[in-house]
Design a protein around this ligand. Sequence first.
Ligand SMILES: Cc1cc2nc3c(=O)[nH]c(=O)nc-3n(C[C@H](O)[C@H](O)[C@H](O)COP(=O)(O)OP(=O)(O)OC[C@H]3O[C@@H](n4cnc5c(N)ncnc54)[C@H](O)[C@@H]3O)c2cc1C
Length: 490
Amino acid sequence: MNREYDVLIVGAGAAGLYAALQFPENVRVLLLSKRELTLSNSSLAQGGVAAVLDRDNDNFKLHIADTLIAGKYKNDLNAIKILVEEGPKDVLKLKEMGVAFDLDKDGHLMMTLEAGHSRHRIVHHKDSTGRAIVDTLIEQVKTHKNVEILDNTLLYKLENNGRGFDAGMILPNGSSDVVSAHYCILASGGIGRVYQYTTNSAIATGDGITLAHMLGAKIKHLSWIQFHPTAFAAENDRERFLISEAVRGEGAVLLNCDGERFASKYDERGELAPRDVVSNAIMLESRAKGNEKFYLDITHKDPEFVKNRFPMIYEKCLEENIDITKQWIPVFPCQHYLMGGIDVDIYARTSVSRLYAAGECSHTGVHGANRLASNSLLEALVFSRRAANDITEKLKTENNAPFETEPEKDDLSGSKMPHGFRTEIRKIVQDCHFVIPKPENVAAGLKRTNEILDNIVNGGYEINQDFVEARSLATVAAIILKEVSENNDT
Ligand SMILES: Cc1cc2nc3c(=O)[nH]c(=O)nc-3n(C[C@H](O)[C@H](O)[C@H](O)COP(=O)(O)OP(=O)(O)OC[C@H]3O[C@@H](n4cnc5c(N)ncnc54)[C@H](O)[C@@H]3O)c2cc1C
């Protein structure tokens, strides 16, 4: 490891990996992933990437309109235009790099429909698109000699050193180190783990958002959370397996505990309404019926088609003793995606000089109050590329002479943090701010969250992964609940 870098990228999901690929050979990049490289929300993405690639049947205006409608017109139109108009080139670039998107018999990209889209525009690799993208990007990054990759390495500190940042890391052997970088791109993903039940991977604890907040960066709309209507309703698993939107796109219907279709009672678009609408419909129907059992039914489709189109979902459900070609799939809403985050401009610049953010940890404004399905991988690609290009231009003109002093290592020792903070935070957030929020719980929830945060930060505890993630969850929870309590989330 070097003592200093031009750019530090925190995160090896779609945003971090794609950013790393944009830098020319003379730019020294350090790429961090706190766990193994393939553990990220990006790897879990099933449905695909939305892009206007079939210009005979689709156009930018339609994709922009669909994004605005899903986002309740609370989106940033300029950012959407960039997303929609530049995105197709990034998707084609992935194909060129070797991502095996599904092709039709003539070799053209196959495009599916997802809820909220008015056209078939989702390119996919079966039902494991994210993993196909991540695997290809990792292969590509490994061929770039200017990019040093450190996996199982956790960023616990990011401090402004006047001409960039000092970054404190816990290395795989548990020891710590501090390096300097002139620029930093936070691509550290979402916050799903602040909920009891989420589709997000274990890394989604909001570390990047917390470190940006500690640096004074503007954080926006952190209470704008997307709940996915159809996660597999396992009994206790914190990480809930997603039954992709594409399953409804291919004709699956949603049934209540009596086996009746109900979605169109709440919205004329029925099962293909945007996620928040379908999640709300499920919660309202559950209140009406006094029962939380819901199902997706795709048994009317040809079993071979179902197995071939959704091999991962088919296998995962089989592991839970559900054969989706013959049986209904038990589903219920759970936390899925963060629309808000570290506020950035159209070059992914945060309000802190030299600090950038891209992907799920950022707030570009493209999603408004509700993300349109399959727009997030696209956002991760488009805005991480823009961040990298902006930094590359700056590095050409700015005098980024070596740092004069090396940062000192931190002493991470301390007492052991008590168990239970994370579990308590999750319960508080789940009780206050799930699909249909409960404002009456928020004041007490915020008070207790602040007590926990204060205890974590001032308790003199050992700095390790547990500490860092608990600090992040408490920080994120406090920001969400404060925003909700001030009704400042519009
Ligand atoms: C189940 C599921 C299905 C989805 N399906 C789709 C879909 O079909 N289409 C779509 O567009 N979107 C989908 N999404 C959303 C999409 O996958 C994510 O929004 C997007 O991939 C986020 O990418 P990212 O690069 O921002 O973050 P991630 O892919 O989550 O990567 C975050 C990275 O940051 C690293 N990191 C975090 N904290 C630290 C730290 N302290 N130190 C070092 N490293 C750190 C992690 O190790 C990881 O490498 C889905 C999400 C889920 C959970």
